[in-house]
Write a protein that binds this ligand. Structure first.
Ligand code: PLP
Length: 407
C-alpha cells in the first residue's frame, strides 16, 4: 500500500488505453447502487426472471454425472461440442443453416464476440459504421483497437439505407455493427426487406457485418424475423447471440456464427483472452436448450416483461411532456425517448433525476459524435410496476418543470 508522501509510479499506459474512459453505463451503475433508487438505467433481466431453481437442478445433475470432472477441466477454445450442436439448431430459428461446427464458436457473452471481431479485423484508423444511436459499449471496445467510428442515420424503422450506402462510399469502412432486433438503445426492429438490402449492400462493397442479436427471443408481439446472416451469400456476416438476457448474464455464455475462416481467427483471439468459455455453463445451457427449458422460462418471463413494457408506455403517456416522442418496441428491454433538440437531459436534468432517486441513461453515450443529449434510454425490465408508475411520474414532473416554456 502507498502512504501519503510516497512517490507513486507515473504509469506509462499504452497509447490504446491512455485516453480510454469507462463505459458510460458501467459508470452509472456505481451511481445507482443505492438501494432506494428507481433505476431505468441498466439492461438487466428482472431478478424474478432468473431461473435459479432450474439452474440448481441442472448443475446438480451435471455435477453428479460421469462427465462432472471433464466439465471442471480445461476445455477446447472452440466450445463444448454438445453445446455447439444445440447452438447450431438454436440459430435455425433465425434462418441460419450451419453446415459444419467449424462455423460456430462458444463465446463468453455477446460482448466478447464484439471484442473478438474487432480484434480480428480492426487495424489502427480503420473505420467502423454503427447505427446512430448504437450500443454504448461498442465505441468503448472500438477505441481499444483505435478504430474510427462513424454513425449512420437511423429512422423509425432502423438504419437508413441511403445513408448506409453513402457512408460506405465516403468512408470505405471495414465493418458495420448493427443490432437489427429490439435494438439497444432504441428497441427498434428492422424489417425483413431491409435486412435483405443490408446483406446486399454490404456484400457489394465488401463490408463485414457484425449482427448482434442478444434480445431476439424477448418478443412480446409480432413474428420472429430471419437474421441478416440468413441472407449472407458471401460470408461477410458474423452473427452473435447470447443467453445473458434469456437465461442468465452471470453465466457468460453466447455464440458466434460465421464462415469457417472467420471463426478460426476469432478462436485464435479467444485463446489469448480467456482460453475458453466456462464449460460447466456451456453444458448447463445445452440442457436448457435440449430439455426445452429455455422455451419454458421464456413462456413464463415474456408475459412478465410485456406487462412492464405496457405499464411504462402507459406511464409515459400519462406523465411525460407532450413534446416527447418514444418508441413502441415489440420486444427487448428498452424504450427510447426523444425530446426537441433544445432540451438537454444529459446534464442538470440527469443530476436532478438522481437526486430525486430515479435513474436513466442519457442518449449522448450512444452517439459517436456526442449528439443525443435530447434523448434518453429507459429500461423497463427491472423495476416493479408500482415503481415504473412512480419513477416515470417523478421524471415527467421534473422534465415538465425544467422544460416549462420550452415544450
Ligand atoms: C446490444 C448488446 N450486445 C451485447 C451485449 C452484451 O451482452 P452479454 O452479456 O451477452 O455479453 C449487450 C448487453 O447489454 C447488448 O445490449
Amino acid at each position: 500500500m502507498t502512504k501519503p508522501g510516497d512517490k507513486v509510479l507515473d504509469y506509462n499506459f499504452s497509447d490504446r488505453c491512455k485516453n480510454l474512459e469507462g463505459n458510460a453505463i458501467r459508470e452509472i451503475f456505481k451511481l445507482i447502487s443505492q438501494p432506494d433508487i428507481i433505476s431505468f438505467a441498466g439492461g438487466m433481466p428482472a431478478s424474478q426472471a432468473l431461473p435459479k431453481d432450474e439452474m440448481r437442478v441442472i448443475l446438480n445433475s451435471l455435477l453428479a454425472s460421469d462427465i462432472a470432472t471433464s466439465l471442471l477441466q480445461y476445455g477446447a477454445t472452440e466450445g463444448y461440442v454438445p453445446f455447439l450442436k444445440e447452438g447450431a439448431k438454436y440459430v435455425e430459428k433465425v434462418g441460419i443453416k450451419i453446415k459444419d461446427l467449424s462455423e460456430i464458436l462458444a463465446i463468453s457473452g455477446g460482448q466478447q464476440g464484439i471484442d473478438l471481431t474487432f480484434k480480428a479485423f480492426i487495424n489502427k484508423g480503420d473505420r467502423i459504421l454503427v447505427e446512430a444511436p448504437t450500443y454504448v459499449a461498442v465505441p468503448h471496445i472500438a477505441k481499444t483497437y483505435e478504430a474510427e467510428l462513424i454513425g449512420v442515420q437511423s429512422d423509425d424503422d432502423g438504419i437508413n439505407l441511403e445513408d448506409l450506402e453513402k457512408m460506405i462510399l465516403e468512408h470505405n469502412p471495414k465493418l458495420l455493427y448493427i443490432v437489427p432486433t429490439f435494438s439497444n438503445p432504441t428497441g427498434r426492429t428492422i424489417d425483413v426487406e431491409k435486412r435483405k438490402k443490408i446483406a446486399e449492400i454490404t456484400a457489394k462493397h465488401n463490408v463485414i457485418v457484425l449482427e448482434d442479436n442478444p434480445y431476439g427471443e424477448l418478443r412480446y408481439s409480432g413474428e420472429c424475423l430471419p437474421s441478416i446472416k440468413s441472407f449472407d451469400n458471401k460470408g461477410n456476416v458474423i452473427y452473435l447471440t447470447s443467453f445473458s438476457k434469456t437465461i442468465s448474464p452471470g453465466m457468460r455464455v453466447g455464440l458466434a456464427v460465421a464462415s469457417e475462416k472467420v471463426i478460426r481467427k476469432l478462436t485464435i483471439g479467444k485463446q489469448a483472452t480467456d482460453v475458453h468459455t466456462t464449460t460447466l455453463f456451456q453444458a448447463a445451457t445445452t440442457e436448457f436448450l435440449k430439455q426445452g427449458l429455455l422455451k419454458e422460462i421464456l413462456d413464463k418471463n415474456i408475459p412478465l416483461y410485456k406487462v412492464k413494457l405496457d405499464t411504462m408506455l402507459k406511464a409515459l403517456a400519462m406523465y411525460f411532456p407532450s413534446s416527447a416522442k418514444w418508441t413502441h418496441p415489440e420486444g427487448g428491454l428498452f424504450i427510447w425517448v426523444t425530446f426537441p433538440k433544445t432540451i438537454d437531459v444529459a446534464g442538470e436534468i440527469f443530476r436532478e433525476a438522481i437526486n430525486r432517486k430515479v435513474a436513466y441513461v442519457a442518449g449522448n453515450s450512444s452517439f459517436v459524435d456526442g449528439s443525443g443529449r435530447n434523448c434518453l434510454r429507459l429500461n423497463f425490465s427491472n423495476a416493479t410496476e408500482t415503481d415504473i408508475m412512480k419513477g416515470i411520474k417523478i421524471l415527467g414532473d421534473l422534465l415538465k418543470e425544467k422544460l416549462e416554456g420550452v415544450c
